[in-house]
Design a protein around this ligand. Sequence first.
Ligand code: TA6
Length: 289
Amino acid sequence: MTLPPSVTLIEEPAGYPILVIEHSAVTGRIALNGAHVTDWIPDGHDPVLYMSAEAVLEPGKPIRGGIPICWPWFGPHPTDSSKPAHGFVRTQMWEVDVARETTAGVDIVLKLSDSSESKALWPHSFALRLHVHLGASLQVTLQATNTGSSPWSMTGALHTYLNVEDVTKIAVHGLHGTHYVEGRLSPEKRPQQGTVVIDQEVDRMYISDATVIVHDPVWGRELVLEKAGSLATVVWNPWIEKSKRLSDLPDEAYPMFLCIEAANAGEDVVTIEPGQEHLLMQRIEVRKL
Ligand code: TA6
């Protein structure tokens, strides 16, 4: 695989391959473990994705920050608690399929398909391709194809961690008038009135296909998140107590990030026929205030 001049493959640490993007329009990083975008810094802006200072960068381990790829299930496995949360593809080593650069930025495609390891967890044939455009915007598209001979159903998410200056001072626009479930509290649907504010642990699954704007008055920017192929938007901040229970997240880090996730989850379960595919896309732009 010949990489364009703005893309290099390093191992940091040894045995942990990372694509490093250094382009006039953007810098970024993608770990092949989980096809995990960990860094995206559009030219003229500050880093947009949050990465925990205690993130574990080891093959087979999930990464706390960036954009975890949750697939083929979102959250705990629906019936078997011994299976990993958020599926298994975020802890598998993906391959680089395409790497191109243009004046606008870099386009990378990573691929993963079923294996004996995956079939032990999920007895279906699949092919995944993650399309990543890094430039003035970041666009991530998970293309899931059923390469088997019978239909299967999936859930999943692009579980994006966003850098914010102080999570208690931001406002999340775009979800007014929708309904959400705060699963840790109860299964009932609750109406969202106005902007979403974060003043406690928030782990909400909104029924929405709308664009979300994270307004960060302290940082002086807005993060605009569009999506496609998703009818569920998850908003998560662990707050104080849950942060203490996460060994790969500093206890005092919770004010510095918010997850806005483009998901197929809750009622949004996707069934794919043999030979068919599903595209789950999230696109992020930064606007200075
Ligand atoms: O997206 C929200 C959530 O499902 C939370 O419940 C929390 O568990 C978070 O994902 C992180 O999950 P992880 O397995 O990456 O620690």
